[in-house]
Design a protein around this ligand. Structure first.
Ligand code: SF4
Ligand code: SF4
Length: 85
């Protein structure tokens, strides 16, 4: 029996996969309600939440609309709304 083992020649990166087109719902972040705790950034599986000058921002090129950020936000500062296609 012959066994072939493949070699990984280059590390992968989720930046290669713009998962924004998967989205059925869009998270909307209310900056007035947000307390800048960073929980949404920690839990986002696509690293789509980033701190920018005046607060956290969601990168919709990568957000796939899973809703985890809204579920985990202790301030209920993120609401999921139907995505317009
Ligand atoms: S989890 Fe909620 S309160 Fe915390 S930074 Fe994100 S939006 Fe703001
Ligand atoms: S909906 Fe999911 S993918 Fe989009 S920002 Fe929130 S946790 Fe990240």
């Amino acid at each position: 029996m012959k066994i072939t083992i493949g070699a990984v020649v280059e590390g992968g990166s989720s930046l290669q996969y713009r998962t924004g087109s998967w989205r059925l719902e869009r998270p909307i972040l209310d900056h007035d309600a947000c307390k800048d705790c960073g929980r949404c950034e920690e839990v986002c599986p696509d690293s789509a939440v980033h701190w920018e000058e005046a607060g956290f921002r969601i990168d919709y090129d990568y957000c796939k609309g899973c809703g985890l950020c809204a579920y985990e936000c202790p301030e209920e500062a993120i609401q999921m709304i139907p995505e317009e296609k």
